[in-house]
Design a binder for this molecule. Structure first.
Ligand SMILES: [Fe+2]
Length: 166
């Protein structure tokens, strides 16, 4: 699939991240456009060893984030500038949609698809394709592991070879 791929990894870190969210001070959040960022550490992923391996191979230890988006907000359609791909897992705010699409010549977005995030489930996302998020009634928290330099397709091939995606 060209927009996103579900990983065959059942995460064990959601409860720990939810607990962390309760204890992060407001001053520890970094404001960035319409959302806030809290930096995570590779050690936060100790219970998900396959993810630690993926971060070691493709990620950057300084670019593992928890994103917080206020309720009743949507982004502008965009393609991420500073990363090739990302691996995301929704932690809280399941009444939200991550939508991908392709901009047509008439500036309409066509070929839409959406990630229906499941609990404890990571997705590899092709953030070089246009995407947006619609958030409804809750604050939305997502773990996001940036892949700065490796194209989505290469990461996808690796995950399939390792049977971490199909
Ligand atoms: Fe994005």
């Amino acid at each position: 699939m060209r927009y996103f791929t579900k990983l065959n990894i059942e995460s064990k870190i959601s409860e720990m991240i939810l607990n962390k969210i309760e204890h992060i001070k407001e001053s520890e959040w970094i404001q960035h456009l319409e959302q806030s960022i809290y930096l995570l550490n590779i050690r936060d992923f100790e219970s998900d060893p396959d993810i630690v391996e993926i971060i070691d191979k493709f990620g950057s230890e300084k670019k593992i984030c928890l994103f917080r988006l206020p309720p009743k907000i949507c982004y502008s359609w965009h393609k991420d500038a500073k990363r090739q791909a990302s691996i995301n897992m929704l932690i809280k705010g399941f009444n939200s949609l991550c939508v991908f699409g392709t901009e047509s010549i008439e500036r309409k977005f066509i070929n839409l698809d959406k990630i229906e995030h499941k609990k404890d489930t990571y997705y590899l996302m092709n953030v070089k394709e246009s995407h947006t998020v619609f958030n409804f009634d809750q604050e939305r928290y997502v773990v996001s592991i940036s892949i700065p330099d490796t194209p989505y397709i290469e990461v996808q091939d690796y995950l399939i070879e390792k049977q971490l995606a199909c």
